[in-house]
Design a binder for this molecule. Structure first.
Ligand code: KG4
Ligand code: ZN
Length: 365
């Protein structure tokens, strides 16, 4: 059976056709995947403009879906279910995908499956590598999220840590803007950092020692001792402010920023981010007796994060899984995979589900 996946949570309009393989160890295959990026539109504004994003989704959604169907050599007659990102994300953007998917499913008499965007990122790992050795500790790190999940068994996602302020990708994007590197900032800093010295500037790494008074109700309690639970939360706003101060000081002294200095700042910033991400992920994995580590989401495209994660994995004897670059940033293939997971668990949507900007994920609901 084929399933059509739709993703419009932020600034990519995406559709994909996914098939089932019949192999429980590697359950799904990508028949086609199409992503229409809006980067060129938002670059001009230095970040995603929600109203422009939703309007562009309206323009692109039909064509992107037609292209995905054609790319798989399928028509709507071959599709058995439709999965769509319900949230979290920009509500206007989400609404385009949700309305489109529901209308299409209704008109064809097909089941529609609402999918949590982060379940999609987690399942990008299964899509690429097959079922991970479980329990798995999975870090989802993107422009909107930095969250650590324990996946004790397939389709069961338990939130164990999250950022208290900015997401790592958001920090990349803001620092890149500050350095005049454009949007999105992650790839630009990644590239430039290769020419810089990663200890040229000593930026602080925030360690949280206080309890999270605003912990979302869905955080899994009791999986980690309280002091470890605090330690595996993330914080990136202090680092971002430190870079801002450093750049202002440098500019006050010498006008512009010479390119070698920009590369040093990029490399030094990136070292702190990557260490913060991996220290917590590996610490949580150790406490949870995880048998594997997964890293997904846009920032998992980062070359230093990938290289260091693999190096640490070898050192600790833990296999580390990252998606191929095409599946690390937002796409609909991962939404199709998570949709298949829910469909086969008998969890299709009631017709009245709606787009939810701050949808929570804990034990896939
Ligand atoms: O998963 P994604 O496409 O969208 C969200 O769900 O947020 O992630 C986009 C984020 C952006 O912040 C972008 O700067 C970051 O992923 N990113 C990277 C790299 N490629 C994309 N960050 C660091 N290094 C990269 N190579
Ligand atoms: Zn994403």
């Amino acid at each position: 059976m084929y399933l059509l996946g739709i993703e419009t949570s932020c600034d990519e309009t995406a559709a994909a056709v996914i098939s089932e393989t019949g192999d429980a160890a590697r359950p799904w295959a990508i028949a086609s995947t199409v992503v229409a990026s809006q980067n060129a539109i938002h670059r001009e504004w230095g970040g995603v403009v929600p109203e422009l994003a939703s309007r562009q989704h309206v323009r692109d959604i039909c064509g992107v879906t037609e292209q995905a169907l054609a790319g798989a050599g399928t028509t709507l007659d071959d599709i058995g279910a439709i999965a769509v990102t319900q949230g979290p994300g920009l509500v206007g953007s989400l609404l385009v995908g949700v309305s489109f998917a529901k209308a299409l499913a209704w008109s064809r008499g097909l089941p529609v499956v609402p999918v949590h965007h982060l379940a999609g990122h987690i399942e990008s790992l299964t899509l690429a590598h097959g079922e991970l050795p479980m329990p798995a500790a999975v870090l989802v790190v993107s422009g909107g999220h930095t969250s650590l999940y324990l996946v004790p068994s397939p389709g069961d996602y338990r939130l164990i840590g999250r950022t208290r302020d900015d997401a790592a990708g958001e920090a990349y994007d803001k620092v890149a803007k500050l350095l005049g590197l454009g949007y999105p900032g992650g790839p630009a800093i990644d590239r430039l950092a290769r020419q810089g010295r990663d200890r040229a500037v000593e930026f602080p790494s925030t360690r949280l020692t206080h309890a999270d008074r605003n912990a979302p109700a869905d955080t899994s309690r009791g999986l980690l001792p309280p002091d470890v639970a605090r330690r595996v939360d993330f914080s990136f706003s202090g680092l971002k402010t430190a870079v801002l101060r450093y750049v202002r000081d440098a500019q006050a002294h010498g006008g512009g920023l010479p390119e070698p200095l920009v590369a040093d700042i990029a490399a030094s910033f990136q070292r702190v981010v990557v260490e913060a991400l991996l220290d917590r992920t590996f610490e949580a994995a150790r406490w949870l007796n995880a048998r594997s580590i997964g890293i997904a989401g846009g920032v998992s495209a980062n070359s230093r994060l990938r290289a260091e994660a693999e190096e640490r994995g070898r050192r600790y004897g833990l296999p580390v899984f990252v998606p191929p670059l095409s599946l690390s940033t937002d796409n609909a293939a991962m939404i199709g995979a998570a949709g298949f997971r829910r469909l086969r668990a008998g969890r299709t949507g009631d017709w009245d589900f709606n787009a939810e900007a701050s949808l929570r994920l804990n034990v896939e609901g």
